[in-house]
Design a protein around this ligand. Structure first.
Ligand SMILES: Nc1ncnc2c1ncn2[C@@H]1O[C@H](COP(=O)(O)OP(=O)(O)OP(=O)(O)O)[C@@H](O)[C@H]1O
Length: 258
């Protein structure tokens, strides 16, 4: 694919759940090698966008192409070039990480030996070398998250979609993931990163998209957003999503105890 062509093109995307309109005409172009930080308040429509892009939700209106393929007509080849780490995912607890990753890799038609070699390397980089063959039912939240992250990249996807990937990770693992995102982007991978952790979004993203109530209300580099709207991503977020008085909200919560 030409580097000047968007790898993801979204045109006039609408999605409703029953009669509730959740995405209200989203237009986006994302280019190969970009790290996109996708932010927005709870319920803004981030996970819905991601579920559409990954083919988990197919009843949407609008036109989406991924790597030149029409998502509505041909979702299967798109699934093979996307790695997805969902916000809340269940692992098969009775399996070990290597067994689980073998299962995931086979879904992508990978050779058993390649899966084992790559899984071992990735899990070791995440500090799980001693747990490769332990059942995951004893794993902590962070250990599970590391296995999930590994399952999202095991097939070396062109596009990596991460929904709150740092949830439950300790400070060392956060550093590994941040570095990993930069390295993957340098290799030309496209990363779509949903998070509420503004400081990290600020640091890892080439471009930030802010969604509010189903519409994109800001789209630019952190420097561009800063020049236009304010000094920190937290302030920009509060200003554009109508929560400028967040400290007022905290006082209202406390007033419940008066
Ligand atoms: N399966 C569903 N059925 C009905 N409504 C849904 C469904 N999934 C999401 N919604 C609604 O759609 C809206 C957008 O939800 P979505 O999960 O996309 O938001 P989000 O931006 O990812 O939020 P958060 O930051 O809290 O994860 C919310 O009002 C939510 O209640």
């Amino acid at each position: 694919m030409n580097q000047d062509e968007p790898i993801i093109r979204i045109e006039n995307l609408h999605k409703s759940y029953d009669d509730k309109q959740v995405l209200k005409g989203i237009d986006l172009e994302i280019y190969p090698g970009e790290v996109i930080g996708y932010i927005g308040p709870n319920g803004a429509g981030k996970s819905t966008t991601v579920k559409i892009l990954t083919g988990l939700i197919s009843d949407f209106e609008g036109h989406i192409t991924v790597d030149g393929i029409n998502l509505k007509e041909n979702a299967l080849p798109i699934k093979s070039i996307i790695g997805y780490v969902p916000e809340n995912a269940e692992l098969y607890d009775v399996l070990t990480p290597l067994e689980y990753l073998d299962f995931v890799g086979k879904l992508y038609d990978m050779e058993t030996s390649l899966i084992a070699a790559r899984a071992t390397k990735l899990l070791t980089a995440f500090g799980l070398s001693e747990s490769l063959n332990k059942r995951m039912d004893t794993f902590s939240k962070g250990m599970r998250q590391k296995v999930l992250l590994t399952s999202g990249i095991i097939h070396n996807p062109k596009i990596l979609i991460l929904d709150e990937p740092l949830s439950g990770l300790d400070a060392n693992a956060v550093i590994v993931v941040k570095e990993l995102i930069s390295l993957l982007a340098k290799e030309g991978k496209t990363i779509f990163y949903c998070s509420h952790m503004m400081d990290i979004v600020e640091k890892v993203s080439d471009r930030i998209l802010l969604i509010n109530q189903g519409s994109i209300v800001a789209n630019g580099t952190f420097e561009q957003l800063k020049a236009e709207h304010g000094d920190s991503l937290e302030h920009i977020f509060a200003k554009l999503t109508g929560h400028a008085e967040t400290s007022g909200s905290a006082s209202s919560i406390m007033s419940a105890f008066e």
